[in-house]
Design a binder for this molecule. Structure first.
Ligand code: ADP
Length: 523
């Protein structure tokens, strides 16, 4: 459960890192495209500004040359003026009208009559209206006029340098033709205005594309003293430019893969380290368990020596009897009987030694299906003399067909040995006459439960919580490692060991182990 939660947290962390990478990337590329858009707008704006300023200067130049022609004769040479005007209009299509008005002044009143109208003479009225205002200009001065009637033009009015009669030269300019189609950027809104009034507005092809940011704007007054044209370029920052879908998708896939690969690499390195540590720990525990078994054999040595004496004494007396029978040559049946007894006693001694050797063997623990009843019997045999010497009865109650558990037989014997020895040590402290240790093994619900109980004085309340701590002991000369080792060996095979006091007195240790999936035991 905890592992599942941890892996969810890890995946959430990976997703968060991935999102962060994507956000940084999106922010970075948005910044890049904004900078790019700014550069683009500045460069294009500067180029357009230069071109428009040059074109505005050309208007001035045309007006100057027309003025010069007007001054060249009195009255001005109409044909030459018409010719020049037509040429101007032909070569500069943005100049759509050139009118020359004769200004006469009678007292304070100024009247204007058409002197020359080149093209679009329907504008006569507009020209007439401007001519009166132009009459108020200084001689030679040029001014810009806007008409309410024709909103997409602007007019330049110049008053000739002579006066009374003076002339007003009026030039209509179509701002849409001031910029060539190839000079217009299609990615920006372009506008030209005079004194806040827009005379040209062209929309960008991107104007309807979704955008999150304010557009980048370039605005600059055209370099001209008398044509106050304001150029404005406005470039929308479009979402699809800010986030290149292909690059973003590629980065999303690559970064996610990189994160997952690094995570699994990191996990396998960690798993390898863990496995190494586990192997080292297992080795230490195995060595410790072995040392404890060898040590316990020292404690049992006198009992075992005593136990061995019995079959050896029997062997000796039976052999002596056999020799006598052989010498007398009588009763060959008795000779056979003596020899049979010898074989039995020798194998009994051999069994004792085999159990000892087994118990002390230093081997890699092998987890395989095993019969706990057999281990209980082997341990009881090992401890038989020791318990008998201490006047302790060992009762064993196991089911007929105890299910197999997965474990190492020697290590299970060691656990049982420790529990029985502890029970015996506790019983020795009591004055009881019927000292008893009982070992049971019962199965149920996929578990095998083994109990080791005694009718000693039980475990003190302050000792109970610390019982399984390493180096905790109340025994004189005790190491306090027995129960800690039992815990290690039992937990290693997915079991659990607990201790409690019995209501009727004495302690009870319970081991619960999972039953092996296969109940067959390989011997
Ligand atoms: P040691 O035997 O070296 O003391 P253990 O870890 O085997 O170390 O035991 C720790 C302590 O647990 C013992 O010192 C004893 O106080 C207590 N103990 C263990 N088994 C029993 C028992 N059957 N009855 C009473 N106390 C016990």
């Amino acid at each position: 459960m905890a592992d599942k939660k941890r892996s969810w947290q890890t995946y959430l962390a990976i997703a968060a890192i991935w999102l962060l990478i994507m956000l940084v990337f999106v922010a970075y590329s948005a910044r890049q495209s904004i900078n790019q858009a700014r550069d683009e707008v500045r460069q294009t704006g500067t180029a357009l500004h230069r071109v428009l300023s040059q074109r505005a200067a050309q208007h001035d130049a045309h007006l100057t040359s027309l003025n010069a022609l007007i001054l060249s004769a009195n009255p001005p040479p109409v044909d030459a003026l018409r010719q020049v005007s037509r040429n101007i209009i032909r070569f500069y299509p943005r100049i759509s009208i050139i009118d020359v008005m004769l200004l006469t002044r009678e007292g304070a009143r100024v009247s204007a009559q058409p002197f020359l109208m080149v093209d679009e003479s329907e504008h006569e009225t507009i020209a007439g209206a401007f001519a009166v205002q132009i009459a108020g200009q200084k001689p030679g001065e040029v001014r810009t006029y806007l008409s309410d009637k024709v909103g997409d033009r602007y007019y330049l009015g110049k008053k000739s340098d002579n006066s009374n009669p003076g002339y007003a030269i009026i030039m209509a300019i179509n701002p849409a033709l001031m910029i060539e189609p190839n000079e217009r950027p299609d990615w920006a809104d372009l506008s030209l205005s005079i004194d806040g009034k827009t005379i040209l507005q062209q929309h960008s092809a991107l104007q309807n594309a979704p955008s999150l940011l304010k557009p980048v704007v370039y605005t600059q007054q055209i370099d001209s003293q008398n044509q106050p044209l304001l150029l404005t370029l406005s470039r929308p920052i479009v979402l699809s430019e800010m986030i290149d879908p292909r690059r973003t998708a590629l980065l999303a896939v690559v970064s996610l893969l990189a994160l997952l690969v690094s995570y699994s690499l990191w996990q396998s390195v960690r798993a390898a380290k863990k496995a190494e540590q586990k192997a080292q720990l297992l080795e230490h525990e195995t060595r410790l368990a072995h040392a404890a078994r060898v040590n316990s054999m020292g404690e049992l040595a006198s009992g075992i020596a005593h136990e061995l004496t019995q079959p050896l004494t029997a062997l000796l007396s039976q052999s002596q009897a056999a020799l006598r029978l052989e010498a007398s040559g009588e009763r060959p049946d008795l000779l056979k009987q003596a020899l049979t007894a010898n074989v039995r006693e020798a194998s009994r001694a051999g069994e004792i030694l085999k159990r000892m050797r087994n118990y002390m063997s230093n081997h890699e623990p092998q987890r395989k299906p095993m019969d706990i009843s057999q281990s209980i019997r082997d341990v009881s045999e090992l401890l038989r003399t020791d318990l008998a010497q201490r006047n302790i009865t060992l009762l064993i109650q196991t089911e007929k067909n105890t299910p197999a558990i997965m474990g190492d037989a020697v290590e299970m014997e060691q656990v049982l040995y420790n529990l029985i020895r502890n029970a015996a040590d506790s019983l020795v402290q009591t004055e009881k006459t019927d000292k008893q240790i009982s070992v049971t093994a019962r199965s149920g619900q996929g578990q095998l439960v083994i109990t080791v109980s005694d009718n000693g004085s039980g475990i003190a309340d302050d000792v109970l919580p610390r019982l399984f701590e390493p180096f905790f002991t109340t025994r004189n000369g005790g190491m306090g490692l027995g129960l800690a080792l039992c815990t290690t060996l039992i937990e290693r095979i997915d079991g659990e060991i607990t201790a409690a006091n019995r209501p009727e007195g004495g302690a009870e240790f319970t081991i619960a182990l999972p039953v092996a999936e296969t109940s067959s035991i390989k011997v």
